[in-house]
Structures are given as C-alpha cells and as structure tokens.
Design a protein around this ligand. Structure first.
Ligand code: 0X9
Ligand code: ZN
Length: 310
C-alpha cells in the first residue's frame, strides 16, 4: 500500500501509477505523452470504462506544474487512487457522479523541477530548461508558457526570474505535451482543473485579465458548490472568484488555455492549502490525506456538472 504520510519522489509516483494501472485493468491507463529536458516521462493517466469514441463526458486535471507546490502531485495521485477505487466497487455502492465521467490526469507535469526542489532548492518553481543563448539562468515558468490569449501578461522576459515566460509561447516540452493531449481529447472534456498551492482558492478563468468572461456565473457557481463540499469534509474554507480579479492578472497559464483554446466550458486553478509566510509551499505531509479527501469531495460536484453539461 502506498504511503500517503510523506511526499514521494518522482520515481515513487511513477511506480505507484504503474501499480494502479495493473490493479485496475480496463479502467486505468497510463500513457507517456512526452519527455522533459532531462528526459523524464510526462505521463497521462486516464480513468474510465467508456469505450473509445463513445458519447461521454470527461474531466481534465493537471498537477505539479510548479515544482515546489508538493501538495499538488500527491493530491492528484490520491484522487487517482480514490477514483479508481470507486470504479472497482459494486454498482450499488458506487458514487454514480464519479463513475459517470472519464478522468484525464497529468499528475506530475514538471518532473524535472519537482526533483530539483527535492535535491537542490526547495523553493524552485520552474522547469529545468537550459538557459537561453547568452544567459545563465535555468528554467521557464510552465504556467506562463501556454500558447493562448494573454501570453506575456504578468510574466517576465528575464530568464533569471521565477515567472520567466520562455523565449516563445509553447517552447517547453512539458507544455507542448500537455496542450497537445488536451486538444486531442477536448471534445469530451467539460471541466479542466489545474492543481497548485498555496492559499485555499478556487480560481476561475480569466487569469490574464481582471474582466470577467461572459459565462463567469456558471464557473463561479461550480466553484462555490465545490467549496461547500470541501468545507463539509474538512472545515477548510476556499475563496472563489476569477484568478485575474482575485489574485493578479497572469497569462499563458493552463486554465486560460483550456478555456480559450480548447474551449472547455469550465476552467479553474485550485490553490490547495499551504503554510504561512516564506515557507508557504511547505505543507506538513500529515495534511496530505485531508487535502486529498476534501478534493475528492469536490470532485463529486465537478463530475456531476461535467456529466450534465451538454
Ligand atoms: O501564478 C500562478 O501561476 C498561480 N498561482 S501560484 O502561486 N500557484 O503560482 C495562479 C494561476 C491562476 N491562473 C491564471 N493567472 N491564469
Ligand atoms: Zn502554482
């Protein structure tokens, strides 16, 4: 059984994904959709039992875009475990909302950065792209590199900054792999979520500007229902609102790509819990289970909305 009382290394995550796949034949599939600068695998995990091409609904979730936000990939792994468990149950015991949709997970979208944050710099955020010509700093902010309206806003041209957007949109293998895959399955996807930390926010698009989208109300209403489910589960409160208005405008992120490029009806970034101050990305591993449980509760609401959306 996997140990959810500590933060795993990349290889432990991969091993566990392979175990889950083996234990859930016909329901869980792992696919290598690309490779990083340091040649680690970018993995897409699909959960569901609807035959290919069938008229189905799906939820897309990316995690681990930012290296130091360790609670993100482990929460994705926890959700994969819990959702697969739901599919294994006898029909009369299943949560029909959870098993009523397909699930796409990119559980660890920035493995190079994740490993670097374990081995060298706990506060590392970016990937490990080699420095651009004539520069000496490594890394691109993978939540500023997506090829979508707003690219460049709230981002830096300076390769040494934490929010460096890259030399051009979609320059990074991690972003290319994830965006290509999302575009290939977008027909079924009704909700796209991006797991980050920290701050306990449910942030809807737009992220690149303070103005609200025309369909803001429906995205905020899903966020509020999810926040209620979270509160009932763990007692934690999440603030709900548009990313650009509630946090700060920042473009080239996965949420706005899902909304404006892949045309997914519901797009949000979830800022999972953290600690306070400078160490706010360092959440004690003893919290992993409760964050996982509260997110699983939110996924019931998400699945129901995805299932019922035309
Ligand atoms: O700045 C980010 O990328 C996210 N916050 S974090 O502290 N995890 O780095 C927020 C992204 C919200 N969405 C957009 N701005 N599009
Ligand atoms: Zn983040």
């Amino acid at each position: 059984k996997f140990n959810y009382n500590k933060y795993p290394r990349f290889q432990e995550i991969v091993n566990h994904l392979n175990t889950i796949e083996k234990e859930n034949p016909g329901v869980v599939r792992n696919e290598r959709v690309g490779a990083t600068h340091e040649n680690r695998s970018l993995i897409l995990t699909t959960i569901g039992n609807s035959p290919m091409g069938q008229d189905t609904r799906a939820v897309w979730i990316d995690a681990g875009i930012h290296a130091r936000e360790w609670i993100s990939p482990i929460t994705a792994l926890f959700l994969i475990d819990r959702i697969a468990e739901e599919f294994r149950k006898e029909p009369y015991q299943q949560d029909q909302r959870i098993v009523g949709v397909d699930w796409y997970f990119m559980p660890i979208s920035n493995p190079d950065g994740y490993e670097y944050s374990h081995e060298t710099d706990r506060m590392w955020r970016k990937n490990r792209a080699p420095p651009p010509k004539g520069e000496s700093c490594y890394g691109v902010d993978l939540n500023r590199n997506w090829d979508v309206i707003g690219f460049g806003i709230g981002a830096s041209n300076d390769a040494c900054k934490d929010n460096f957007k890259g030399t051009k949109a979609n320059s990074e293998p991690e972003v290319r792999a994830a965006s290509k895959k999302l575009l290939s399955v977008k027909k079924n996807v009704r909700v796209a979520l991006s797991l980050h930390s920290a701050g306990q926010y449910w942030l809807t698009s737009w992220g690149y500007k303070t103005q609200l989208p025309v369909d803001n109300d429906k995205m905020v209403s899903l966020g509020k229902k999810a926040a209620d489910a979270i509160f009932r589960t763990s007692g934690r409160r999440y603030k709900v609102g548009s990313a650009g208005a509630l946090l700060y405008p920042a473009g080239g992120a996965s949420d706005d790509f899902a909304k404006a490029r892949a045309l997914i009806p519901y797009a949000a970034t979830i800022e999972l819990p953290g600690s306070h101050g400078k160490r706010r990305f360092v959440l004690p591993a003893s919290q992993i289970r409760s964050v996982g449980e509260e997110m699983f509760a939110a996924m019931g609401v998400v699945a129901e909305v995805a299932r019922n959306h035309p």
